[in-house]
Design a protein around this ligand. Structure first.
Ligand SMILES: Nc1ncnc2c1ncn2[C@@H]1O[C@H](COP(=O)(O)OP(=O)(O)OP(=O)(O)O)[C@@H](O)[C@H]1O
Length: 242
């Protein structure tokens, strides 16, 4: 379970998040959707303890990230940049994380297989493509077999096979009772994957509910998105509020 409650954040003179609130529930894939600069990454960074809110709380499994006893076995996260040392192999990187977190070494090959990186596991990370780097980051997030996954733009850089694999993996995690929160500005991709949707625009939640509820009377999620957000540029009308 993820709970974001009344989270606000200011950077300099700019209010980048205003009382952002939503839940991502177990057994469901929740899509966090918004145009560039809407505040998706800022919200996820606060959730993962990488930044502090000025007000409000962000909880994973009922606790702020910093108070989780074994974070890697509670929440797996993929944010921008994999953080792997370029001279390490993919497998070496994962073994290092497993060892430093007391996780079984055998889990490394399992997660390499899950993300489709087994063949490239012996190559140095410095030679990885963008998509391979994203797969490695996802593998690291899965190492602790956490019940909660938080993924920021996970589809970026993935090829069609990688996208399909990710979609199946996320659906499987939710089917097994996991909580999955993923941000994206790729509406079509999200509509194929999610149960629930939270739409953020200019730092405020402008719609939330099941995919069907947020899509509402619109032809699809994309039409709903443009009606709800400034995604088409200044002057666009705003739709319903939560
Ligand atoms: N380190 C920072 N310093 C100043 N402003 C920042 C910083 N990080 C983000 N912002 C601002 O906060 C706002 C929200 O940015 P954020 O990256 O959270 O949006 P996003 O929804 O993730 O966008 P994108 O889809 O482009 O990744 C933007 O106006 C951005 O310019």
């Amino acid at each position: 379970m993820i709970t974001i409650d009344q989270v606000s954040k200011r950077r300099g003179s700019k209010q980048i998040l205003t009382e952002v609130g939503f839940e991502a529930r177990p057994g469901r894939v929740t899509g966090f959707l918004g145009p560039n600069g809407a505040g998706k990454s800022s919200t996820l960074r606060i959730l993962l303890g990488l930044d502090r809110p000025d007000g409000g709380v962000a909880l994973v499994a009922g606790r702020p990230f910093a108070r989780l006893r074994r974070p890697l076995t509670t929440v797996g996260a993929v944010l921008d940049g994999g953080g792997a040392h370029r001279s390490r192999t993919g497998r070496g990187h994962l073994r290092w994380i497993a060892a430093s977190n007391g996780l079984p070494r055998a889990r490394v090959d399992e997660v390499l297989d899950l993300v489709g990186l087994t063949e490239a596991a012996g190559r140095r990370v410095g030679g990885y493509s963008l998509g391979m780097g994203r797969r490695l980051a996802l593998a690291a997030a899965l190492l602790g077999d956490p019940p909660v996954l938080v993924l920021d733009e996970p589809v970026n850089g993935l090829d069609p096979e990688g996208i399909r694999r990710l979609r199946v993996l996320l659906r499987d995690r939710a089917a097994a009772g996991g909580t999955v929160l993923l941000s994206s500005h790729l509406i079509g991709e999200l509509a194929e994957t999610v149960d629930d949707v939270v739409v953020i625009d200019r730092g405020r939640v402008v719609a939330l509910g099941t995919l069907a509820e947020v899509t509402g009377a619109h032809r699809g999620l994309e039409d709903a998105f443009f009606a709800l957000t400034s995604g088409t540029g200044p002057g666009t009308g705003h739709g319903g509020r939560p």
